[in-house]
Write a protein that binds this ligand. Structure first.
Ligand code: 13P
Length: 237
């Protein structure tokens, strides 16, 4: 399974390095069979001495190799650190940073040409969830506009906006229903994200076709994140 941590806007360069070291050490000692991803802030990018099951990824980039885009990170700046996994379409970028579907699709196309792993995030806001499953699915499929769902290095993360950073997890039934419907059309591995924590990760990973999690808040404690990897190891999947 894929157990991913999104550090978001947390951790300094030094702190992120220590976080990665702790997780790395844990993975070595526990002989975990999980695929682990850690998405660090751009300022913490570095060349880490990692095992093959751990990839350090980027949370964002601007779809250019380099150029005049003040304040942005181009692909050249990721390649310097051999970044091979990227988050695209995260709800915080869609809603807070106002990224359009057009820009998101441009990022996707750029990353696709580079053949990196893309964790493509989708998720509905609360008002859509309140309209029921058909409205949720219509909203989610719109978030695939301009996106090549057949890209071989694609992972899809379903993260309901109202469950992110709120402590509210979607119900087991709600997650199951969405994941099952996504699975009908998508071959990509499907992850769930939104208030995943040590206490609920086992139930979430037990959902059919759910192949992992993307964790924010609860993963920022490296010990808790390691415990989540350990829980995943106890499941036969
Ligand atoms: P939380 O785990 O804090 O809800 O965040 C989820 C998320 O946004 C992961 O990308």
């Amino acid at each position: 399974m894929i157990i991913a941590s999104n550090l978001k806007t947390n951790y300094t360069r030094k702190g992120a390095c220590a976080f990665i070291d702790t997780v790395q050490m844990f993975m070595q000692n526990s002989h975990t069979s999980q695929e682990v991803r850690i998405y660090i802030p751009a300022t913490a990018l570095d060349t880490f001495d990692k095992n093959v099951q751990l990839r350090v990824g980027a949370q964002n980039f601007y779809p250019v190799q380099n150029g005049s885009f003040t304040g942005e990170i181009g692909f050249e700046q990721l390649e310097e650190f051999h970044i091979t996994s990227i988050l695209i379409g995260h709800s915080e970028r869609r809603h807070i940073l106002k990224e359009s579907q057009v820009l998101i699709a441009q990022k996707f196309d750029f990353a696709k040409v580079k053949e990196v792993e893309i964790v493509y995030c989708i998720g509905e806001p609360r008002e859509v969830r309140e309209q029921g499953i058909e409205a949720v699915m219509a909203y989610l499929w719109e978030q695939f506009e301009g996106i090549d769902i057949h890209y071989t290095n694609l992972i899809v993360a379903y993260e309901p906006v109202w469950a992110i950073g709120t402590g509210l997890t979607a119900s087991q039934h709600d997650i199951e229903e969405v994941i099952a419907r996504l699975h009908v059309k998508l071959n990509a591995p499907l992850l769930y994200g939104g208030s995943v924590k040590v206490e609920n990760i086992k139930d979430i990973l037990s959902i059919p076709y759910c192949e992992g999690v993307l964790v924010g808040t609860a993963s920022w404690d490296s010990n808790a994140f390691c415990t989540m990897i350990q829980v995943a190891d106890t499941l036969e999947k």
